[in-house]
Write a protein that binds this ligand. Sequence first.
Ligand SMILES: Cc1ncc(COP(=O)(O)O)c(C=O)c1O
Length: 304
Amino acid sequence: MTPTKRIWLDGKFVAWDDAKIHVLTHALHYGYAIFEGIRCNSTPDGPAVFRLREHIDRLFDGARVYKMRVPYSREQLVSACLDLVKENGLKDCYLRPIVFSAAGEMGVNPLKNPVIGAIACWEWGAYLGEEGMEKGIRCTVSSWSRIDSKMLPPQAKCAANYANSILAKTDALAAGYDEAILLTQEGMVAEGSGENIFRVKNSEIYTPTMESGILGGVTRASIMQIARDNGIAVHEQNFTREGLFNADEVFFTGTAANVTPIREVDGRTIGNGQFPVTKKIQQVYLDAIHGRVEKYKPWLSYVR
Ligand SMILES: Cc1ncc(COP(=O)(O)O)c(C=O)c1O
């Protein structure tokens, strides 16, 4: 990671090296932190953040689930994100807003501790690799089940959820795969360790329902709209791992991963190894985030 000039910390811009917190930060011990991952992309009209308001709304929704009092308004965080990109002079970057329980009391209850927010941004290429976006990646179905809303609400993007993702991801990497696919406890496909998943069958696309234990991805919602706008039928419908093995195409979506084709799952080539529908959707998505599609410009917040 290449450091940038400044990080927004609790309302102020500070130098990258000065954005420090105490080792007794409550969130470090108990995972009480809600965060976001957002991308800013270059467009013909300057850098623009993709669906910024939706990301900030998701952060507030997650905070509500956890009874966390965010000491900033939505507008303040929206402006801070835009100002931060400008402050750092970046065009294409990833933004990471986080709100978390600071040091104070120790113990499981976070509610007596102050909540602090920070936003960092840095240049970050394709999360699953440029080659992955082009040629597809290899995945394994994880032996770890996805968390569900009876144990850890997956729709709140809480740091604690990522312990589940870390177990799946590190095992997948150790076994020589690029990414893990997690199933629900009932054996239905949920999502990747940091991506939503889609399957393509007979030129129609299918993605697990919001109730299946997934994060409501901003990219997922955008892809469903892009597909429908391009005459591709979209079904929110749960499926088992056979649905992956027998698909014509499978792909991941996410802010970090963009749209990444999956060419193999547990040693089985998906379809004939080509992904025309995924590629079409990927291209429209990349055009949209780079401000090349008039219709999707309302999704962009320009950094002025
Ligand atoms: C577990 C998980 N699922 C899905 C996604 C994709 O969400 P989005 O498209 O909003 O980045 C992410 C990324 O934040 C994630 O961490």
